[in-house]
Design a protein around this ligand. Structure first.
Ligand code: PLP
Length: 487
């Protein structure tokens, strides 16, 4: 006789009390709106206190807890000690500040909990729409391929995989042993570290990325790159890819992209552009000349979460030839083959265009943001940031004791306090101290870099909440702190 299975108590992870849960949700929304509305009233940075950090070292919970209590811990111990990149005087690294609608879009995407990888459902078409808009913004042909990724780091690596696999398609099956000699890449000495990591990840090895010197504007010396490529070829090496920078991380410099595109064509190489933030002014007609050549790239990566102000995390990679893009990643394993009808029909699975299988609905916040603001509002914001960078550079030039440390071609300003009479080493220490005090006093949060051995305070302005006066505050504080630090 068959035994009837024993009835166990069945449960789910949904709230037992929906009414209380809704109330909690509404409170969360109100709190976050308040948080965003009052960013200017908070310090630009607050050190996480010991209690908060210790509170993050608890035993693994075994028993359920009330979500309201969990939320209280977030409210008291996590939220106040955020990066504060929504603050009007946040200019660290290159980070965007997000928007309120971007936040809501992420909530909607998370509520839908779509896995945008495969299937016939609208989120797949939303991402296609965002990719099509991205191509148009960057002057890429409508036939190009593309995919959204977590950031420019992954976008760069994805492009490099495509470049490598296109150079020698056997690499997919046979590995790099299918290549008869060492493959070589070229880019400026200012190329972002994530590209170098990519070169390591794809098996080329960072020693085989030629860091070509830059000129005094931090733009790559195209003549030296040409020479290096020819020398390498003569030595039996295999040049295959040039990386151009649209906006270097240190100074925002833009390589001569059309010259690099021509060189790549001349030499039969792949041309990739890292445009993490600096590709974005492509939507401004006044940048037609300076960004000329971007539209000729074989691949381009740029972030939506930096200078397009979309909430973390989302970036885009475009590949000029969609077939080459697909050839680098596509596979036809039985459990992922699209069907003619049903949920398993629909567009080409996203996994044919990148490493990821499961992917969130990042496209929604981009789609909603672009619709909310339109490109006109983005143009206005980007021009505002560009003007602010020039304003800050101007202030530094006229302020006694302050010194501009590099060119300001875009939205990055590098400077230092230099009262005169100090050794370079002392100046480096002094400026590091000034930066730490700026943060600790909660005044402003620029970051730092080192240019030709000199420590520089660096403001990267991808902040839609900054106002001109915020830069006055920064300059006054640097001068005040600088003159008060004993040297
Ligand atoms: C920020 C940045 C990257 C990396 O982008 P993520 O979105 O942080 O992964 C790459 N290149 C440049 C020039 C950058 O500024």
């Amino acid at each position: 006789m068959k035994k009837v299975p024993e009835l166990l108590e069945e449960t789910s992870l949904d709230p037992a009390d929906w009414a209380a849960f809704k109330q909690l949700g509404h409170r969360m929304l109100d709190d976050m709106f308040h948080y965003l509305q009052t960013s200017r009233e908070r310090p630009a940075w607050q050190k996480p206190p010991v209690e908060a950090i210790d509170g993050m070292q608890q035993p693994l919970p075994q028993q359920p807890a009330d979500p309201a209590m969990v939320y209280d811990q977030f409210l008291n111990h996590i939220l106040p000690y955020n990066t504060e990149n929504a603050h009007p005087r946040f200019w660290s690294w290159v980070q965007g500040g997000g928007t309120p609608l971007g936040m809501l879009a992420d909530m909607l995407a998370s509520g839908m909990n779509t896995n945008v990888s495969i299937g016939d459902h609208m989120p797949m078409y939303v991402e296609k729409q965002v990719i099509d808009w991205s191509k148009e913004m960057m002057g890429f042909p409508a036939t190009a391929g593309g995919i959204l990724l977590s950031g420019a780091s992954l976008a760069n690596i994805t492009a490099l995989v495509v470049a490598r696999n296109h150079f020698q398609e056997q690499v997919r099956k046979k590995g790099l042993q299918a290549v008869p000699a060492q493959m070589m890449m070229y880019g400026s000495a200012e190329t972002h570290n994530c590209v170098i990591k990519g070169v390591e990840v794809i098996g080329i090895g960072s020693d085989n990325f030629r860091k070509v010197p830059v000129d005094d504007q931090y733009q790559v010396r195209v003549d030296l790159m040409r020479q290096q490529i020819r020398e390498d070829r003569a030595a039996g090496l295999l040049p295959f890819c040039i990386v151009g920078n649209a906006g270097t991380v240190n100074t925002g410099s833009i390589d001569s992209l059309h010259e690099l595109a021509a060189l790549a064509r001349e030499e039969g190489l792949w041309f990739h552009v890292d445009g993490a933030f600096g590709a974005v002014p492509k939507i401004l007609p006044e940048f037609d000349d300076r960004l000329k050549g971007i539209e000729q790239a074989d691949s381009l990566s740029f972030d939506y979460h930096k200078w397009l102000y979309v909430n973390y995390e989302v970036a885009c990679v475009l590949i000029r030839d969609a077939a080459i893009h697909r050839a680098a990643f596509a596979s036809n394993v039985t459990y992922l083959v699209p069907h003619e009808r049903g949920l398993s029909g629909g567009p080409d699975p996203m996994s044919n265009y990148g490493m990821e299988l499961s992917r969130g609905f990042k496209a929604l916040k981009v789609w909603m943001s672009i619709k909310e603001h339109g490109l006109d509002r983005y143009r206005q914001m980007i021009r505002q940031n560009l003007r602010q960078a020039q304003y800050l550079a101007g202030l530094i030039k006229v302020t006694p004791g302050l010194e501009l440390m590099g060119p300001v071609p875009l939205n990055i300003v590098c400077f230092r306090y230099n009262p005169g009479g100090l050794t370079n080493e002392a100046l480096n220490q002094l400026n590091q101290e000034i930066l730490m005090r700026l943060h600790e006093q909660g005044i402003a949060a620029p970051s730092y870099t080192v240019l030709q051995g000199n420590y520089a305070i660096r403001a990267a302005i991808t902040n839609h909440r900054s106002r001109m006066d915020d830069f006055n505050v920064l300059v006054e504080a640097v001068q005040r702190i600088g003159s008060s630090v004993p040297s």
